[in-house]
Design a binder for this molecule. Structure first.
Ligand SMILES: Nc1ncnc2c1ncn2[C@@H]1O[C@H](COP(=O)(O)OP(=O)(O)O)[C@@H](O)[C@H]1O
Ligand SMILES: [Mg+2]
Length: 591
C-alpha cells in the first residue's frame, strides 16, 4: 500500500527502534501462554490428577516454584510491555516530529494559488488532528493488531498441542466473526472519510469566525455566526454518532460470537474431559486462555474503526506531502544579485481560473523611474503587480525584470530584490520594531526609526506606551488603518530593494501625511524603481508616468500633464477629485 510505504520512508532514523518494538510485542504477547501452561501443570499435578494427594505431600517444592513462576512471568511480561510501549512512543513521536517539520516547510513553499484554494481550517486540521491520528495508530493501533494476532496464534498453537479436535471446535466460530467484521468495515469506511471532512469544516468555521470577529461584531451578526457554527457542530456530532451507532449495530453479534467460545468450550471441552480425552488441567488451560482467542475477535471492530480513521487521516497528510507548487523555490545557494530594477510587461495576459483579468498589457519601466497605476477597483492593478514577484505566472506574454523573463530567474533572488507593501496590511503579533525589521532581522534600531520617520510613522510610534517595543496584536490589532499602512510602508522601505511596490499604501492616511510620504519616496537614498498604485491624483501627479487600467487593459499612459491634456479617464478623475477645490477657488474669486 502506497501510504504505508510513505510512512515507512518517514520512519527513517527510527526504523530499528520501531521494528524492535514490533518484535518485543510479539515476544511479550507470546509469553501470555506461559501462565496458563503453569496453571495447567498445577491443576494436573496437585489438584485434579490421579496422584494429586501424593504429589502434594512430596512435591511441595515444585508447587512453590510453579506459583512463583506465575508471579515472576507476570512481572517479566509487564516490564517488557513497559519497555515496548516506550519504544513505540519514542519512535512514533520522532517520526511525527520529522513529518511535521517537512509538512510545515511544504506548506510554506506553496504558491499563492494553493492558498487561494485551501482553507486555513483544513490545513490546520491536517497539521494537528490528522497527524495525531496517524501517530496514535503507529503507537497503539499497530501495536494492538500485532499483539492480538500473536496472542491469538500462540493460543491456537498451544491448543493444538493439547488437542486438535477441541481446537477445531473452538475455531468454528471464527469465520462468522470475520464476515460480520468485514461487512462492518465496509459500511464504516465512508463514514470516517465524511467525519474527517466535517471536522475540517468545523475547524474552518471556527477559525474564520475568530479571525473575523471584528467584522462579525461590526455587523452585529453574532447570532448568525453562532447558528453557522452550531450547524457545523451538529453535523460533526451527528456524523460521529452515526459512526458510533453503526458499531453498536454489530457489537451484539461480535460480542455474542465471542461468548460463544465459552459455550463451545463448556460443551465440547466438558465432554472430552468426561471421555478422558483431555485432562482437567488441560481443560483449565483452555479455559484460562479462551480470552486470547475471543478478545481479538471482539476487538476486531474497534481495530477496523481505527484503521479506517487512520487511512482517512493519512490520505490527507500525504496530500500535502505530494502537493507540488507550480511556482517554487529551487533553493540554489546562489548569492542574490542586486538587480537594476528594469521592469517590462510584454503583451501580458493573465487569468485566475477562467475570466481574463489582464489583457495584452505592455509597458516598460526604466530603473529609478516612478510609475503610478490607477484604475477602478477590480481593474486588475493588484493582479498586475503580483506578476512581478511571480506570486502568479502569466497566462500569456512575458514579464521581464532586468531584461529576463521572471520565470527564468531564481525565485528567491527575484523576491529578495523587491520591497512590497500589500493592499491588505498584515502585521505579525510582534513589537513594532520587529515588524519593521521583518525583512531584515539585522536592521539596527536606528535604521528602523529612520524608515519609520520616512513612512511618517515615527511620530505616532513614540507616542505609544512602549514606543517601538509596543507589541501590536494579531494582524496589528490596536492600530488604525492608516497607522498599519505606515508601518507596512516602513517595513517595505527598510529592506532597501531596487524595486519598491506599494499597493494602495496611502489610501487610509490624511493628505498632509501623504505629502510627507511622497517627499520621502522622492528622496530615498538608495536607487529604486517605484510602482505605486493609488487612487488620489495628488499621489499620481508626482510620478514620472501614470498607467491607467480599465477592465484589465491599459487604456492610458503618460505624464500627469499629458494625461490631463488627453481629457480621458485620468482627466475625469482629476476633475472629480478637484471639484471641491475648483469651486472654492471660483467662489473666493467672486467675492
Ligand atoms: N485570487 C483570486 N482568484 C480569482 N479571482 C481573483 C483573485 N484576485 C482577484 N481576482 C479577480 O481579478 C480581478 C482583478 O482584481 P484585482 O487585481 O484585485 O483588482 P484591483 O487591485 O484593481 O482592485 C477582479 O475581478 C477580481 O475579482
Ligand atoms: Mg487591488
Amino acid at each position: 500500500m502506497f501510504e504505508l510505504k510513505w510512512l515507512w520512508q518517514n520512519l527513517e532514523g527510527n526504523r530499528t527502534r520501531y521494528v524492535i518494538a514490533l518484535c518485543l510485542s510479539v515476544v511479550g504477547s507470546s509469553l501470555t501462554i506461559v501462565n496458563p501452561y503453569l496453571s495447567q501443570r498445577i491443576v494436573d499435578t496437585f489438584i485434579a490428577g490421579d496422584q494429586a494427594v501424593q504429589n502434594l505431600a512430596t512435591g511441595r517444592g515444585l508447587l512453590v516454584a510453579l506459583c512463583l513462576g506465575m508471579i515472576g512471568f507476570s512481572l517479566l511480561r509487564t516490564g517488557l510491555a513497559y519497555f515496548t510501549t516506550m519504544q513505540y512512543e519514542i519512535s512514533s513521536q520522532n517520526m511525527m516530529y520529522n513529518i511535521r517539520i517537512y509538512l510545515y516547510n511544504k506548506i510554506q513553499g506553496q504558491d499563492r494559488e494553493y492558498y487561494d484554494r485551501n482553507r486555513t481550517g483544513d490545513l490546520m486540521t491536517k497539521m494537528t488532528g490528522d497527524l495525531d491520528m496517524v501517530r496514535h495508530s503507529m503507537a497503539w493501533i499497530f501495536k494492538t493488531i500485532i499483539e492480538s494476532l500473536t496472542i491469538f496464534l500462540a493460543a491456537v498453537i498451544y491448543f493444538l498441542t493439547i488437542d486438535v479436535k477441541l481446537t477445531l471446535w473452538m475455531l468454528i466460530l471464527s469465520p462468522p466473526i470475520f464476515i460480520v467484521a468485514f461487512i462492518f468495515a465496509k459500511r464504516v469506511r465512508p463514514m470516517y472519510i465524511d467525519l474527517r471532512e466535517r471536522l475540517s469544516q468545523l475547524n474552518t468555521t471556527t477559525q474564520e469566525n475568530i479571525s473575523g470577529n471584528r467584522v462579525v461584531k461590526a455587523f452585529a451578526r453574532e447570532e448568525f455566526e453562532i447558528a453557522k457554527f452550531t450547524e457545523k457542530n451538529v453535523n460533526y456530532a451527528t456524523a460521529n454518532k452515526k459512526a458510533a451507532l453503526v458499531w453498536l449495530d454489530y457489537f451484539p453479534y461480535l460480542e455474542s460470537f465471542a461468548q460463544g467460545f465459552n459455550v463451545v468450550l463448556m460443551l465440547a471441552g466438558g465432554y472430552f474431559v468426561m471421555e478422558g480425552r483431555i485432562t482437567f488441567g488441560e481443560f483449565t488451560a483452555f479455559s484460562s486462555l479462551i480470552w486470547a482467542v475471543s478478545n481479538p475477535m471482539r476487538n476486531i471492530g474497534i481495530i477496523i474503526n481505527d484503521i479506517q480513521r487512520f487511512f482517512a487521516s493519512l490520505a490527507k497528510i500525504v496530500d500535502i506531502y505530494y502537493a507540488r507548487p507550480s511556482i517554487a523555490n529551487d533553493h540554489n545557494p546562489v548569492e542574490p544579485r542586486r538587480y537594476e530594477g528594469r521592469i517590462e510587461f510584454d503583451h501580458v495576459r493573465f487569468k485566475y481560473d477562467s475570466a481574463t483579468v489582464l489583457d495584452d498589457v505592455s509597458f516598460t519601466i526604466e530603473p529609478g523611474e516612478t510609475i503610478a497605476i490607477m484604475g477602478a477597483t477590480g481593474s486588475g492593478k493588484t493582479s498586475l503587480i503580483n506578476l512581478i514577484p511571480r506570486f502568479y505566472d502569466v497566462s500569456g506574454g512575458r514579464v521581464l525584470v532586468d531584461g529576463r523573463d521572471v520565470r527564468e530567474l531564481e525565485l528567491d533572488e527575484l523576491r529578495s530584490n523587491i520591497g512590497m507593501a500589500t493592499q491588505d496590511v498584515l502585521l505579525f503579533s510582534d513589537t513594532i520594531d520587529g515588524n519593521i525589521a521583518y525583512g531584515d532581522p539585522d536592521l539596527p534600531e536606528e535604521d528602523a526609526k529612520a524608515y519609520a520617520a520616512l513612512a511618517a510613522a515615527h511620530d505616532f510610534i513614540v507616542k505609544m506606551p512602549e514606543g517601538y517595543d509596543t507589541v501590536v496584536g494579531e494582524r496589528g490589532v490596536g492600530l488604525s488603518g492608516g497607522q498599519k499602512q505606515r508601518i507596512a510602508l516602513a517595513r517595505a522601505l527598510a529592506v532597501q530593494r531596487p524595486i519598491l511596490i506599494l499597493d494602495d499604501t496611502t489610501s487610509a492616511v490624511d493628505l498632509e501625511t501623504e505629502e510627507h510620504i511622497q517627499r520621502s519616496l522622492r528622496e530615498l537614498e538608495y536607487p529604486c524603481t517605484k510602482i505605486i498604485i493609488a487612487q488620489r491624483v495628488s499621489t499620481t501627479a508626482q510620478a514620472d508616468r501614470i498607467l491607467i487600467l480599465e477592465g484589465g487593459r491599459l487604456i492610458e499612459e503618460g505624464t500627469h500633464a499629458e494625461l490631463l491634456a488627453k481629457r480621458g479617464y485620468y482627466y475625469d478623475v482629476f476633475m472629480l477629485q478637484n471639484e471641491g477645490i475648483g469651486r472654492q477657488v471660483t467662489e473666493s474669486g467672486q467675492e
